[in-house]
Design a binder for this molecule. Structure first.
Ligand code: A2P
Length: 317
């Protein structure tokens, strides 16, 4: 039976391969979800971000859980992400310290550059309702800050002991190639959208070949966000459901297991206790090569999360 529960990052640190996602976890539920995940749900890994605007609530939960004594800080892997409005070198430490304060932590296990684009710093979080600014053509206004400036300042966070590892999210191969050309600390992680309808096989292969781990976000196809917009539902796919029936597992568990068997870390989001538990109960079965193949054939190259939609930026084209 499959027993691998961790990967080793290029820093040497071990990272649990299933984590709880918190994007769109509302403030009145995020804390309880994290507490449940760490105390009863079988998780040792929480994925956060400043822009999710729920870090203070998650921080209250972390404080309570660690004060309880049974779960120790050192046994939990916590990720957060630097938002686009804090890419300037003089903003980065401040942004990281704010996240640490909100999360009630002394260090992060992993800090990611959330996107490889910078926006003006006056949209700092919280944004007081003003999320972004657009030019006359409807294009998101960006700040002239090279990724190199941001990356080098993030490296200083590691040297300063605020974070154990740094990485990126939503990076394409050319962006990674650029960072790798100057990084003193190469990215430990690239967190990207991956699910059976958007498999990103070549980018995963490239990252792994460069010793950059990959985390799959929206691994269930983000049903809460995209089903209402008419996108097809991964969890309702007939092939996934058939494989789920074979294993007496749920569609979510099949999709998570598929991600793990591809060597990616996976961070399904839920604030529902039964689902939180269900999503981590994936270590007592494995998919056969032919089942993996059947799911591999489902790729529709269907990206759900696209900055063209929110900023008219063809970021991934
Ligand atoms: P909820 O948080 O209400 O439980 P993704 O991680 O791909 O973005 O998916 C998150 C969405 O999937 C949320 O809407 C979440 O709902 C839902 N979800 C999480 N786990 C499951 C599950 N095991 N079965 C069905 N839906 C799930």
């Amino acid at each position: 039976m499959p027993s691998k529960t961790h990967i080793t990052l290029n820093t040497g640190a071990r990272m649990p391969i299933v984590g709880l996602g918190t994007w769109k976890s509302p403030t009145d539920k995020a804390g309880r979800a994290v507490e449940y995940a760490l105390t009863e749900g079988g998780y040792q890994h929480i994925d956060c971000a400043a822009i999710y605007k729920n870090e203070p609530e998650i921080g209250q939960a972390l404080k309570k859980v660690f004060a309880g004594g049974t779960v120790k800080r050192g046994d939990v892997f916590i990720t957060s992400k630097l938002w686009n409005s804090a890419h300037a070198k003089e903003k980065i430490r401040e942004a990281c310290e704010k996240t640490l304060r909100d999360l009630n932590l002394e260090y992060l296990d992993l800090y990611l550059m959330h996107w490889g684009l910078a926006t003006p710093s006056h949209w700092a979080i919280p944004t007081n309702g003003q999320e972004a600014e657009y030019d006359d053509n409807g294009v998101l206004v960006m700040e002239k800050i090279p990724i190199r400036e941001t990356w080098e300042a993030m490296e200083e966070l590691v040297q300063g002991g605020l974070v154990k590892a740094i990485g990126v999210a939503n990076f394409t191969a050319p962006m990674l190639i650029d960072v790798l050309s100057y990084a003193s600390l190469p990215p430990a992680m690239n967190q990207i959208e991956i699910h059976p309808y958007f498999q990103q096989t070549r980018l995963i292969e490239f990252c792994h070949n460069k010793n950059i781990a990959v985390t799959a976000y929206s691994p269930l196809g983000s049903p809460g966000n995209f089903a209402p917009k008419g996108f097809p539902l991964v969890l309702e796919d007939a092939v996934i459901k058939k494989i789920a029936d074979t294993h007496q597992k749920t569609s979510a568990q099949i999709v998570i297991r598929w991600a793990l068997e591809r060597g990616t870390v996976v961070i399904p989001k839920s604030t529902t206790p039964e689902r939180i538990k269900e999503n981590s109960d994936v270590f007592n079965f494995e998919l056969s090569p032919s089942e993996m193949n059947e799911i591999n054939l489902l790729d529709k190259k269907l990206r759900f999360l696209d900055p063209y939609v929110w900023g008219k930026i063809p970021y991934f084209d």
